[in-house]
Structures are given as C-alpha cells and as structure tokens.
Design a protein around this ligand. Sequence first.
Ligand SMILES: Nc1ncnc2c1ncn2[C@@H]1O[C@H](COP(=O)(O)OP(=O)(O)OP(=O)(O)O)[C@@H](O)[C@H]1O
Length: 301
Amino acid sequence: MAYEIEHLVKVYPRQTEPATNDVSLSIRAGEVFGILGDNGAGKTTLVRQMVNLLRSTSGDIRLFGKSVPGNPLFVSRTVAYMPQSSMALNRLKVKEAIYFAAHLRGMSRRDAARERDAMIETWQLGPVRDKSSSRLSGGQQRLLQLALATAGHLPVAVLDEPTNDLDPVNRKHVWEVLRKFNAEHGTTILFITHDAIEAERIVHRVGIMRKGSFLAIGQPAQLKRKLLDHMRLEVWLPPGEVPALPADMPQHWKSDDNVVLSVPRDRAPALLSELRLNESIDYRLYSATLEDLYLHYANSD
Ligand SMILES: Nc1ncnc2c1ncn2[C@@H]1O[C@H](COP(=O)(O)OP(=O)(O)OP(=O)(O)O)[C@@H](O)[C@H]1O
C-alpha cells in the first residue's frame, strides 16, 4: 500500500464543523486515484494532511507503512505535492526552477540537467524555457508546477487540480502525460479535479467527497453501474425558449439555456423524436459519465 488512512479528522481552529470527518482510505502503490467533490468538500484539506502540511486533529496516515506525521523527511523524499495555487519561485527562469527541483531531489548536476530538458519537452515548456517564472500565463504556470512536481519521478505525486487554468488541448495533454508516467514509472498518482469527464480516462479508482467524507469510492465502471439504465441528455435552448421536457426525470443542471437530464434508456427514443421536431433546439445524448455519477451524488440529499 502507498497510503493507508484511518479515521482521519481535521477541525480547523475556531471551527465547529470538521473539514475532514472520519476519512478512511487505502491507495495501492502504482494506483491512479481521483478525488471529486464540490467546493468546500474537504479535498484540499485531506491532501494537505496526507503530505504533512497540515496537522490532523485525530486519526492515522501511513505512507508505505510509515507514519506520515512521524517521518517528515521520508514523506518529502517520497511524495511530490503540487498545490492548487502556484508556489513562489523567486523569479527563477523556467529552466532553472526545473533544474533545481531535480537537483534538490538528489540528482547529480548532469542528471538534473538531463531531467530539466526532458521535463521541458514533456510539458511543452520549450517556448518559455528562458522566461522568468513570474512572467508566465496562468496555464504556463500550471505546466511549470506540473514539471516541478514530476521532475525526478518521486514514487508518489499528489496533485491539487492539475488541469486548472489549462485550455482543452493542454488538459488532454496533462492527462496523457500522467497516464504515461504511471505506466512507465509506476508512479502512484492522487489528484483532485473538477474535470470529471476527462479524468475518467486515467483513473483506476475515484472517491466522491462531500462535507468532509467520502460518499463513494470505487472503479468508475463499478460506481456507474447504478446509472447504467440511464443516459445523460444535455439540451441547449435558444434564448427565451421554454423547455418542454418531462418533469419526472431528474434534472442535474438547469440554467436559462442549458438543461442536463438523467433519462431512463427506454424513454430516450421517444424523447429524442420529440426534440427533433424543434430544429432550433440543440441536444446531445450519451451514456452516463463520471460527471453524471458526481452529479447523482451531489443531488442526492
Ligand atoms: N485555514 C482554514 N481555516 C478554517 N477553515 C478552513 C481553512 N481551510 C479550509 N477551511 C474550511 O474547510 C472546509 C474544506 O475546505 P477545503 O479547502 O479542504 O475544500 P475543497 O474541497 O478543497 O474545496 P475547493 O474545491 O473549493 O478547493 C471548507 O468549509 C473551508 O471553508
């Protein structure tokens, strides 16, 4: 096991509600685990406890069998952590920051230089390699943070929203690189994301968090079984159009011009032929995704 977490609790000072509430979770070495959950669910709190940046109120966290709070040096040599917001890099150039990250992880100067070049290529930072890290765009900052977290290939990477600030092409690239690192280096990867549809392609298991606890943990296919008899119907309406949609189907999302419905499979054909009659309505029907699973839980109370 990479991580074994038992009955973990964090109550912040002067707070009454716990931010993480009796969390128990094991993550296998070499596993890719995604954490989904709404804002304030406790995801960042949990990973900060796991990387020793936050003292737990109670409970136990072990990393490869060693107590996390009791072995800070072991944790920092084993786990690379990428926080949600960028770290201060003292205006280091991109190439310098990556070189130092690799060197600080114990690589010789020559190996660190090689790793710097490999990371610049992998994360497509070539065009900004000589640029000061303080002058990068939000997306370039995110790619640099990913390069810093993965330089030197520590056994475990904990990534807080790795695809935030990225455009769709870069988002796909990030998931692809992480999948490759997992396959080639056996890196255990734990990440938080709101990008459920794309993350589904690389996770072995996901956990859905709410109010400090996991509502569900499992393989996406296994968790989605409860949605197998449903499809996701997304409908875009022209401005001012009143949606003529069945009232008895759960609506996962609704705005003035967009509705996401969970539709029983057997009722989908009839519903589609009704929608087809109105050419100004744009729609899409597909099998349930991880996002639908998340929405299912998010709407469950
Ligand atoms: N330093 C702090 N002091 C007090 N309360 C905090 C602190 N940090 C977080 N919280 C509270 O703990 C709860 C969990 O916050 P956390 O940042 O872990 O959520 P999250 O799931 O990562 O949310 P998001 O998706 O918005 O990043 C929230 O209610 C938040 O207000």
